[in-house]
Design a protein around this ligand. Structure first.
Ligand SMILES: CC(C)[C@H](C(=O)O)[C@@H](O)C(=O)O
Length: 490
């Protein structure tokens, strides 16, 4: 019985235990879930908590947390990639010893994805370092690539880590997922606490499975109303960032709720959470629901336990949007909060369009672009680069029929309208990469992109200009050669 676990000695053990003592998770869950005594008998009053506070409370084995508390959190998944993995491994070895073993070989997920299809020797070496480490440590989830000449002969290779984590079932409601990448917040779409950490912290997690985290306060974004069929969740998040600025959510949790959010697919929820870091957010969360559970079916065999904000939970601020009234937006150079309506930028001539990345390179992003191309019956006017996030996305482009197309696939539609052939899956030119990276901006071009950042130099050239947009707006712009509101075609 759970109540027998709540003996005074057990609860005091919970309170006083040192961070390195392992307490079986099952027991902790029972203890937290057990009925509370009435305040009249204990003198204590339980304060309502937000989702983020509750996840961190469970992960730190506390009954109650308040924003600002610093707690040792048990990590469910640590993800690293080719850019930060080697540095994190170096710190782990230096601090824990050359022969040290990682805390859990099944909770570390290593995903080469950033600088893959390049002849840059140092970039290639980074992947070799990951491979050696994974062999040495017998890491269960290593999505390796050995033959760079053809990604398809590497069955383990996935591509962009944030999309691969979801597709491979590593994202689970109620858990804590850390990663050495700022867009790790994407996984908050699954109702979990997910955030990016630095190499030093990752080195520590590799050795202990724990991290000291400060509990963030939560901003709540209530998005209600029917989503017009010319909007995607990229428009919603650009709208929000435009409103609160790139510093508006610094070290805060962003919780997304409302009827619109409930209607979004998992991939669209991922887009929403992916860009919380562009507002400075610590993490983003969407409450798990039937859409989440359905997506997870067959992807994970591990039990998970969703949590939800209490009715009386305290939010730092609440923002409300009537989504039915919103219009397609872009973020103009050189900041994700430099918001404008797409139609206000109709005179901006562009040189190229890029569809890809963890933000805008998922199957549904390409489906959305294909829908616009199909509706237009026109050819693209500027080079249009397509970089599927993962190997699975690439396969979807060649196999799934686009609704209303009479059975055509995305790849067929893209070819008919004159796009470049879909490239090998990776982070590609979202963050520039080595000089030989496919679709890198090596000249000062103007690009409409479905990616997440438009800082100077982000896609390669310091004087390049990037307009961040939804896949609808990106496709519409490719068809005209100007920044274009997709309503012109939809
Ligand atoms: C390379 C990595 C550290 C970086 C990040 O953390 O976000 C990259 O993925 C990006 O999008 O800028």
């Amino acid at each position: 019985m759970a109540s027998s676990l709540l003996s005074p000695s057990f609860t005091s053990f919970l309170r006083t235990k040192r961070c390195f003592k392992a307490v079986p998770r099952k027991i902790i869950r029972c203890a937290i879930a057990a009925p509370q005594r009435q305040p009249s008998t204990t003198g204590s009053v339980r304060t309502a908590m937000t989702m983020t506070e509750k996840i961190l409370a469970r992960a730190s084995e506390k009954a109650q947390l308040t924003p600002g508390d610093n707690v040792w959190v048990n990590v469910d998944i640590l993800m690293t990639h080719d850019v930060c993995g080697p540095g994190s491994i170096g710190i782990f070895k230096r601090e824990f010893g050359e022969d040290a073993k990682v805390w859990d070989r099944e909770k570390l997920v290593i995903i080469p994805d950033h600088y893959i299809f390049t002849s840059d020797e140092r970039a290639n070496r980074n992947v070799d370092i990951l491979r050696d480490f994974c062999h040495e440590q017998n890491i269960k989830y290593f999505y390796d690539i050995k033959d760079l000449s053809n990604f398809k002969v590497n069955p383990d290779y996935k591509g962009v880590c944030h999309v691969a984590l979801a597709q491979e079932g590593h994202c689970r409601p109620g858990e804590v997922l850390l990663g050495t990448d700022s867009h790790t917040c994407t996984a908050g779409a699954f109702g979990q606490f997910a955030t990016g950490i630095g190499n030093t912290d990752a080195g520590f997690v590799l050795g202990t499975g724990k991290l000291l985290l400060k509990v963030p306060p939560t901003l709540r974004f209530v998005m209600d109303g029917e989503m017009p069929d010319y909007l995607l969740s990229k428009d919603l998040i650009l709208q929000i960032i435009g409103e609160i600025t790139v510093a508006g959510a610094t070290y805060k949790s962003m919780e997304f709720v409302g009827t619109t959010v409930e209607s979004l697919t998992m991939e669209e929820r991922m887009t929403l959470c992916n860009m919380v870091v562009e507002a400075g957010g610590k993490n983003g969360v969407v409450p798990a629901d039937s859409t989440t559970f359905k997506y997870l079916e067959g992807k994970t065999s591990l039990p998970y336990e969703p949590v939800y904000s209490d009715d009386q939970a305290r939010f730092l601020a609440e923002y409300r949007f009537d989504v039915s009234k919103l219009e397609p937006v872009v973020a103009k150079p050189h900041s994700p909060d430099n918001r404008a309506l797409a139609r206000e930028c109709k005179d901006v001539k562009i040189d190229r369009v890029y569809i890809g990345s963890c933000t805008g390179g998922k199957t549904e992003d390409f489906m959305a672009a294909a829908k616009v191309f199909l509706a237009s019956g026109k050819q693209v006017k500027v080079p249009t680069f397509l970089v599927p996030a993962t190997q699975k996305v690439w396969m979807d482009l060649y196999s799934l029929p686009v609704p209303g197309s009479g059975g055509k696939t995305c790849s067929q539609i893209f070819e008919e309208v004159g796009c470049d052939t879909p490239a090998s899956p990776s982070c590609g030119a979202c963050l520039g990469g080595p000089k030989d990276t496919y679709a890198r901006m090596n000249e000062p071009k103007v690009c409409v992109s479905t990616t997440n950042r438009n800082f100077p130099g982000r896609m390669g050239h310091k004087e390049g200009q990037i307009y961040l947009a939804s896949p609808y707006t990106a496709a519409a712009s490719a068809l005209t050669g100007y920044v274009t509101d997709p309503r012109e075609f939809l």
